[in-house]
Design a protein around this ligand. Structure first.
Ligand code: FE
Ligand code: FE
Length: 170
């Protein structure tokens, strides 16, 4: 790429532009998600699910802060860009919320929408930690790995809620 940084010290330098592009994408995605999680927390019927969404909302604020540190750690200013995938996932979440608004399966539907988001994030952070490792960006690797773990934990927690309450008829 035209503006690729020339740095003989950096292993796998060819991944640099891709790394930065993916960082911008996930920063945009996390910012877009703040609004979506607020809405999901509002709509959830079960108190457990509501608080899971609220907790993940505050974790998401932390993910945004971590991403800013990742940019800094490689000498760049943090900049996000609109994530089309997150936009699509959140549009579908809106759709499913209005479709199941008064349905006993609303919480299950919210969990499905949220897990699709988590899986997108897991894929993104998974690739980013791999690139950071390959380029030997140790600090970035640790920061991205910490977020990756939280996204995986959230996904598992949502499965637990689905198994334990969201799909059990009252
Ligand atoms: Fe996140
Ligand atoms: Fe997440």
């Amino acid at each position: 790429m035209a503006n690729s940084r020339k740095n003989a010290e950096m292993p796998n330098e060819h991944l640099h532009e891709l790394f930065v592009d993916e960082l911008k994408d996930i920063l945009g995605a996390e910012k877009q998600l703040l609004k979506g999680l607020k809405k999901m927390a509002e709509k959830a019927n079960s108190e457990n699910l509501k608080s899971a969404f609220q907790e993940h909302l505050s974790q998401t604020e932390g993910h945004i802060e971590r991403l800013k540190q990742v940019f800094e750690s490689v000498g760049l200013t943090a900049r996000g860009k609109k994530c089309k995938a997150m936009e699509g996932l959140l549009n579908e979440a809106e759709e499913i919320i209005s479709e199941f608004e008064d349905d006993p399966a609303l919480d299950a539907a919210l969990i499905a929408a949220a897990q699709k988001v988590e899986h997108y994030e897991i894929a993104s952070y998974g690739c980013l930690t791999t690139y950071a490792k390959l380029m030997e960006h140790q600090e970035a690797y640790e920061l991205l790995g910490a977020t990756l773990s939280e996204e995986k934990e959230t996904d598992e927690k949502l499965t637990d809620i689905a198994l334990n309450e969201a799909n059990v008829a009252a």
